[in-house]
Design a protein around this ligand. Sequence first.
Ligand code: 6PG
Length: 254
Amino acid sequence: MPKTQIIVAPDLSILVEKAAARIAARVSQSDTPVAVCLTGGSTPKPVYDRLAREPYNSSLPWDKIHWFWGDDRFVPIEDERSNAGMAIKALLRETPVPPDNIHPIPTEGNSLGDASRIYQEELKSFYGQNQLDPMDPLFDIVLMGLGADGHTASLFPGTSTLTETDRWVLGVEEAGLEPFVPRITLTFPVMASTKEMLFLVSGQGKQEILSRVLAGENFPATSAYAEGDLIWLVDRKAAPQEFPEGVTTLGSKE
Ligand code: 6PG
């Protein structure tokens, strides 16, 4: 049965260990190709660094893992603001990943609209269907972050992207937060098509917004859901005061 949990790690280094272990467990569970959806921001970078090292570097089934992104900034992959570029540098070029298994959002040579449509087709082609089946999730694990304004992926407060249920991928002309560049984002139903959604939240600066999101206040991240497990992996500094260290189960979804 899918579950929603908050896991409070004592500090960032333990959050990183736990995140890497969860990702490794998810991608090692299947004999068929698996799909990981990565996120940008500063919190996942040490997790990507960790996965590039042992024991993961020589033990993960790299041939069968496909890497996608939940959002990206509309800049070339070499640009330091590129989410794909960050993950490639930290993780993918340090490991024996077949190049065909890397599926960055195409941020060069296309308009924002065309790039969104191309990525939507790429996701559908990998999935093998045009409609998402809740019993057959697209992703094995989707990583998410939480912005100070409550955004997640590139789904910003007050935008029409939040209620999109038809398109899988959208262009975002104006990001609500730095860096102020156009972006491309997957929509909520597509990111929800996962066996596990793993939010990574770290630092004192996230404590207030995390408390408000977990209390159900109206922010983009509050609307995130998963067909499978929804896990909030947070460090002590980001955790709301009333959550003790360890695991808190918020409730279950049939
Ligand atoms: C991006 C992200 C974004 C990020 C949050 C949290 O492209 O910036 O995908 O949604 O996850 O802003 O970022 P931090 O981990 O840096 O706090």
